[in-house]
Design a protein around this ligand. Structure first.
Ligand SMILES: Cc1cc2nc3c(=O)[nH]c(=O)nc-3n(C[C@H](O)[C@H](O)[C@H](O)COP(=O)(O)O)c2cc1C
Length: 267
């Protein structure tokens, strides 16, 4: 754990178990550890880590191989007296120097030079529909077909999208800049008010789909990983919608523009 948000590194490696914590958090170790563990003593050199917290952070939890490895690890810890009265697993805390990184502004300026498409990610039904504009979208795997989107945890749709069983990713066409703005919160529309019923249909998997999208993909959630300010949401593609429009919308250097019309189709 290096930032305030705990994360699990190398979840498949059950032979090593320790906490890495940002040196700057040492004075507030108890509060920083609270989501996952309790310090063993006031020196906070060790902590009792809750097994349910480890399970919640591991994308491999639930897989038989990982579960049996985890059970063996707990049994091993018990045999060495490393289990607390309430089931916590004793772990050493390594205090580490914070990683050097560029400023958020330098980072944003660098990322502006990466041209990307623009999508609306949407979930829910009726008044419970939620959606937001996203350019952090990419293909992950072809077999099985999987994609990812990165969603800011401070956005009003984050909770709904990361807990939805199914959701749609609607790639916007060249004429849909206004829609990109609506779903980015420009103009102040929130929640289901962002959805114009004449443009959305409900997919049988339970996700709203933008019928006028350049292309839409319906996904079911595979996993969600917290990373800094965002959640990386990985989904398996269970349906695709026919392509509309002849150009895509692109986010480049702070501007949203249509591409030139597609002139050839490559397969
Ligand atoms: C072109 C564009 C691309 C965006 N890409 C992302 C993104 O990849 N991830 C993200 O979390 N927010 C992204 N945003 C910002 C969200 O759309 C915006 O913060 C959100 O919809 C507003 O949050 P609200 O739902 O709380 O109003 C983007 C906005 C625009 C205009």
């Amino acid at each position: 754990m290096q930032n305030a948000l705990p994360r699990l590194e190398a979840p498949e490696d059950l032979g090593r178990f320790s906490i890495a914590m940002d040196e700057r958090l040492r004075p507030a170790a108890r509060a920083a550890l609270a989501p996952v563990a309790v310090p063993v003593s006031s020196e906070a050199t060790h902590a009792w880590v809750r097994p349910d917290a480890v399970r919640a952070l591991s994308p491999l939890a639930g897989e038989p191989e990982w579960e049996s490895g985890f059970a063996k690890m707990i049994a091993y810890a018990a045999s060495h007296g490393w289990l607390g009265d309430d089931g916590g697993i004793r772990a050493h805390i390594d205090y580490v120097e914070p990683r050097a990184s560029v400023s958020p502004d330098d980072f944003r300026n660098a990322m502006r030079k990466f041209a990307s498409g623009i999508c609306i990610v949407a979930c829910g039904e009726g008044d419970n529909r939620r959606g937001m504009t996203v350019s952090a979208f990419t293909s992950v795997s072809a077999e099985p077909p999987m994609v990812l989107v990165c969603l800011n945890s401070s956005s009003s749709s984050h909770q709904a999208l990361t807990s939805a069983e199914s959701y749609s990713v609607n790639i916007l066409g060249g004429s849909q800049k206004d829609l990109a703005h609506v779903f980015a919160g420009v103009g102040g529309l929130r929640g289901a008010d962002r959805f114009d019923d004449s443009e959305w249909r409900q997919d049988p998997h339970g996700a709203p789909v933008l019928v006028t999208a350049h292309q839409s993909l319906v996904c079911t959630q595979v996993s969600a990983h917290r990373a800094g300010t965002h959640t990386v949401l990985i989904g398996q593609v269970v349906a695709t919608g026919a392509a509309q429009d002849t150009s895509a919308l692109v986010n480049y250097d702070g501007a949203i523009k249509p591409t030139a019309p597609a002139s050839t189709t490559m397969h």
